[in-house]
Ligand binder design. Structure first.
Ligand code: NAD
Length: 236
């Protein structure tokens, strides 16, 4: 199948990493459908709050009817939560788990039957370094991100025979609204100090890795997680 005919769905693509990934893949000739929590008047865009699994089904139905079947799924939407465990509202756990993990589990389950029938598929899960090494006061966020690792490996095994690859990318701190809202100026400086490369990752670095992982060149790469984190996960 040629790149131009491949259809990509990227969750959380109204801003940040997802938006830049959408632009990168459009420039590379893919057909891209975007979704996010914000209302945007754009072609091939649908706004849906993924904290509700009913909305995942609505998103899927809309995409299928208005854009077609999906060859490549980028599970990217996510929210960060910095909160000591005793201060975390228990209702938040369900919401954050839905947005960061269960919505993607469900969306993937709706899309995989077409990929299997078609004998091709690429699934990328955007996890986080917080899911790889843990992060104090972010145990809920970290748990939702770790969930992607079991999902990625198990699904990679389940779908390997259908020419479907499943991988995850774990970014360290990336220059987006999520990072800006999580850290004040002083905290950002302190954070940069402990990152080996002394910088945040640029969203386009994640986008370019996505582009590689969905390419034919990466067809043998499946069930893997890649830490794109400016060295943050290596230790200190
Ligand atoms: P961002 O805040 O810039 O963008 C988040 C995207 O997710 C937006 O499009 C937003 O609409 C969407 N989203 C958020 N809540 C949603 C909801 N309830 N329903 C539907 N969509 C929703 O954040 P980002 O930095 O681009 O994050 C993208 C992914 O990368 C997230 O999964 C995040 O956990 C992960 N990540 C980010 C960083 C970082 O430092 N920025 C680090 C590691 C992992």
């Amino acid at each position: 199948m040629k790149t131009e005919t491949k259809k990509v769905l990227i969750t959380g693509s109204s801003g940040g990493i997802g938006k830049i990934t959408a632009e990168t893949l459009l420039n590379a000739g893919y057909q891209v459908f975007k979704t996010g929590s914000r209302e945007l008047k754009e072609k091939n865009y649908f706004s849906a709050d993924l904290s509700s699994l009913e909305n995942v089904k609505k998103l899927y139905n809309y995409v299928k009817e208005n854009f077609g079947d999906i060859d490549i799924l980028i599970n990217n939407a996510g929210q960060y939560l910095y909160s000591p465990i005793e201060k975390t509202d228990i209702k938040e756990t369900e919401k954050i788990f839905n947005i960061n993990f269960l919505s993607h589990y469900y969306l993937t389950s709706l899309i995989v039957p077409y990929m299997k029938d078609n004998g091709f598929g690429r699934i990328i899960n955007i996890s986080s370094i917080s899911g790889v090494v843990g992060e104090a006061n972010a145990s809920l966020y970290s748990s939702t991100k770790s969930a992607f690792f079991g999902f990625t490996k198990s699904l990679a095994l389940e779908l390997a025979q259908y020419n479907i690859t499943v991988n995850s990318i774990s970014p360290g701190w990336v220059e987006t609204n999520l990072a800006e809202n999580a850290l004040n100026e002083e905290e950002k400086k302190e954070t940069i100090d402990i990152i080996p490369q002394k910088r945040f990752v640029e969203p386009v670095e994640i986008a370019n890795l996505v582009k590689y992982l969905i390419s034919n060149e990466a067809k043998g790469l499946t069930g893997q997680n890649i830490n794109l984190c400016a060295g943050l996960s290596c230790g200190c």
